[in-house]
Design a binder for this molecule. Structure first.
Ligand code: 5RP
Ligand code: CO
Length: 228
């Protein structure tokens, strides 16, 4: 996808991205088929290293496995220390958008430029307690700004509405960047996210905790569009 798909996602906004964190990792092919049947337009892959966040998930091999299973854009959320050391490997594994946490790098703008030089879309994420000030200088280099509505590390957490104020603040500062929200997005909160101006809505437990992905995504889409 690199940066081209981002234009498609912008056109289609608001777009729901399933978070591949609470899915059935023993049946990735079936999970992707079920998500495709539900009409999702991109996948959000949650990479965790057990250092930047107190949890571990997966790395390049699983990204490469998803790359083999689908042509959908892969939105890779790096919740890892020293992400600048791994962006080339994630690009080679098939990532289309690579999002790093501002809290994990010394120079956000430089890391975003490095991601762009690999042909990928470049995103910067901040946790709920990190102010937008931390990324304001880097926003011109970003294709995507991810406002976390939970502390990165686990699915199934409660939504923190501070992310809504930060979405509005980012939009005031930059009219071009795609704004993504991640964490506790569900039928009760998704309308507030699109109302605040979120373009991309990452959803984990509100899809993977449901028996039928088609119904879950359809209902989430309806709630998102109704409020946008
Ligand atoms: O980045 C993440 C956690 O760090 C996940 O993308 C997020 O939590 C999605 O799960 P849920 O919708 O259940 O909160
Ligand atoms: Co995520």
């Amino acid at each position: 996808m690199s940066r081209d798909h981002l234009a498609q996602l912008r056109e289609a906004a608001p777009v729901i991205l399933p978070s591949l964190l609470l899915c059935d990792f023993g049946n990735l092919e079936r999970e992707v088929e079920r998500l495709l049947a539900a009409g999702v337009q991109a996948l959000h892959l949650d990479v965790m290293d057990g250092i930047f966040v107190p949890n571990m998930t997966y790395g390049m091999p699983i990204v490469a496995a998803f790359r083999k299973l689908t042509d959908l854009p892969l939105d890779v959320h790096l919740m890892i220390e020293k992400p600048e050391q791994y962006i080339r490997q994630f690009q080679q594994a098939g990532a289309d958008v690579i999002t790093i946490h501002a809290e994990a790098v010394d120079d956000v703008a430089s890391t975003l430029r490095d991601i762009h030089s690999l042909g990928c879309g470049a995103g910067v994420a901040i946790n709920p307690d990190t102010p937008v000030d931390a990324i304001v200088d880097a926003l011109p280099e970003a294709d995507l700004a991810l406002m976390m509505s939970v502390n990165a590390g686990f699915g199934g957490q409660a939504f923190n509405p501070i992310a809504l104020d930060k979405i509005r603040e980012v939009r005031r500062l930059n009219s071009d960047v795609l704004i993504e929200i991640d964490g506790g997005v569900n039928l009760d909160t998704i309308g507030r996210c699109t109302e605040a101006g979120a373009d991309l809505l990452v959803v984990g437990s509100a899809i993977f905790g449901k028996p039928d992905y088609i119904t879950a995504v359809r209902d989430l889409n309806s709630a998102a569009v109704a409020a946008s």
